[in-house]
Design a protein around this ligand. Structure first.
Ligand SMILES: Nc1ncnc2c1ncn2[C@@H]1O[C@H](COS(=O)(=O)NC(=O)[C@@H](N)CS)[C@@H](O)[C@H]1O
Ligand SMILES: [Mg+2]
Ligand SMILES: [Zn+2]
Length: 466
């Protein structure tokens, strides 16, 4: 883990997450193990969104005319959009964009769907691949050109207040989601120069990767009425007047998977939160000459009773050394290993071994399901505590720009500081010490800006970012 970038690339290969040899830069193949991890991570999110959103699916291709309608939005994406110009040998009379995100695919349809206030609030989401011709250094899962796991939610409301409330609800959804993945985060309001193109304001979730650089792992945008005006998303209110809708959208990507791998991983490999590990438990029979068959029998019945409880279990009965199995399943991040040998048969017990802290203890087979349930729960809370403690130790308050420069040069991580909030001061800070201002963490009067010494209006965060 001393060289995180190398560790990250190596583990993606060794744990068979993706194959990055695909011959298009920034696009990779999901391998079976990685695809299962991605599926479990997506399931958690879908179960939360499905409570009060409808899942939909929009076309990948967006006519140039629609994409170009919202000036600020298209300006923000114009150098990232992939274009389709031909169908076979026939040149298309209108270029088609591969969606970089789906506002301009969805909102012409929202204009057809939304007629009356009774059609609101409209709350849909889709999990699709989106395409962005990223010119900065691409990295698997972190900065890709095909964002394969892009979950975007889009909502329409009848009042500004309700849209603002939806932004808060989306923030709660992301908190619940990241908590289940034991991922720590800071939440800030992005500076105006770094908000989503076309949004009134952007709330962002950032985490800190092991190399001290921050990674934006989720964003929630209040779109106000900008897109409603452009795409004529209007509704008839109870008094019969035609009003413009108020919108929000929020999104997550492959970066969530990158964070689960990077933040919880260690020098033994992956360390997966039980909620998303493709296999939560691996049973390893300790076979000697005598009693081999009985041990295997016991392992099989243990597997089926755990599976009946809904756990994802693998029985590794390959004829290879147990040590080799331990290495492999620890590298693949399985949270809990259960060993059963002849001695355990006599005592009707098994040895449980935790991947997160290496703890080994024996448990009675009669109440093994409760033992497993409780152990997996304590693994999740331990992983969460550990990750939050590490992140919080990497957020340091400083009094001045030079101190911030030293901190960032020596430790990277996140710096918190008193800020005046205005643009040219913020941009000067970013240029002078080569950082990004993540944004405002808390509105807070009193104190002076740590750079320009004018009145501070907030507590803000800055970092070197991906
Ligand atoms: N090139 C990329 N590779 C991986 N993830 C990315 C990439 N670009 C953006 N993301 C992730 O996608 C999230 C949503 O993207 S976004 O531009 O901020 N927001 C939107 O596109 C809005 N339509 C909400 S879905 C970001 O928070 C970031 O975590
Ligand atoms: Mg971008
Ligand atoms: Zn200032």
């Amino acid at each position: 883990m001393t060289d995180f970038s190398e560790w990250f690339h190596d583990i993606l290969e060794e744990a068979e997450i993706i194959d990055s040899r695909y011959p298009v830069k920034g696009m990779h193949v999901w391998l079976p193990h990685g695809f299962q991890l991605r599926k479990e991570i997506l399931n958690i999110l879908k179960n939360i969104l499905d409570r009060d959103h409808d899942e939909v699916l929009f076309p990948l291709l967006i006519p140039e005319g629609e994409l170009a309608k919202e000036g600020i939005h298209v300006k923000g994406f114009e150098d990232e959009v992939y274009w389709i110009t031909h169908g076979g040998l026939t040149e298309l009379n209108q270029k088609l964009a591969l969606r970089p995100t789906s506002e301009t695919a969805m909102y012409p349809m929202f204009a057809l769907w939304v007629r009356s206030h009774t059609d609101l609030p409209l709350k849909v989401y889709q999990t699709v691949n989106t395409f962005r011709y990223e010119t900065k250094h691409t990295r698997p899962l972190i900065r890709v050109r095909e964002i394969t796991t892009f979950t975007e939610a889009h909502t329409v409301h009848s009042t500004r207040k309700e849209a603002e409330e939806q932004v808060e609800k989306a923030i709660e959804i992301y908190k619940e989601y990241f908590d289940m993945l034991a991922l720590p985060y800071v939440i800030t309001r992005r500076p105006v120069w770094d908000k989503f193109p076309g949004a009134d304001y952007t709330m962002a979730f950032d985490t800190i990767m092991p190399d001290g650089k921050s990674l934006q792992i989720g964003t929630v945008h209040n779109l106000g009425q900008t897109f409603a005006k452009t795409f004529e998303i209007t509704f008839e209110n109870p008094e019969g007047d035609h009003k413009l809708g108020y919108q929000t959208c929020y999104g997550l990507s492959d970066r969530v998977i990158a964070s689960v791998i990077g933040i919880h991983g260690d020098d033994s490999g992956l360390c997966l939160p039980p909620a998303v590990s493709p296999k939560q438990i691996v049973i390893v029979p300790i076979i000697f000459k005598k009693k081999g068959e009985e041990v295997l029998e016991k392992c099989r019945s243990l597997k089926s009773s755990l599976e009946k409880e809904g756990f994802r279990v693998h029985l590794d009965d390959r004829d290879i050394r147990a040590g080799k199995k331990y290495y492999e399943w620890e590298m693949r991040g399985v949270p809990l290993r259960i060993e059963i040998g002849p001695r355990d048969l006599e005592k009707n017990s098994a040895v449980l071994s935790r991947r997160d802290n290496g703890e080994k203890f024996s448990a009675n087979l009669d109440n093994i399901c409760d033992e497993v349930e409780n152990t997996l729960k304590s693994i999740t809370s331990h992983m969460k505590e550990k990750a939050w403690a590490k992140m919080n130790s990497n957020i340091r308050p400083v009094e001045g720009l030079e101190e911030a420069r030293d901190e960032i040069e020596n430790n990277k991580g996140v710096i918190s500081f008193d800020w005046c909030g205005n643009e040219e001061c913020g941009k000067e800070i970013e240029e002078k010490i080569r950082v990004d201002i993540l944004g405002v963490q808390k509105e807070e009067d009193g104190g002076v800006c740590f750079h320009c010494s004018s009145k501070a209006t907030c507590r803000a965060l800055l970092a070197r970012t991906y």
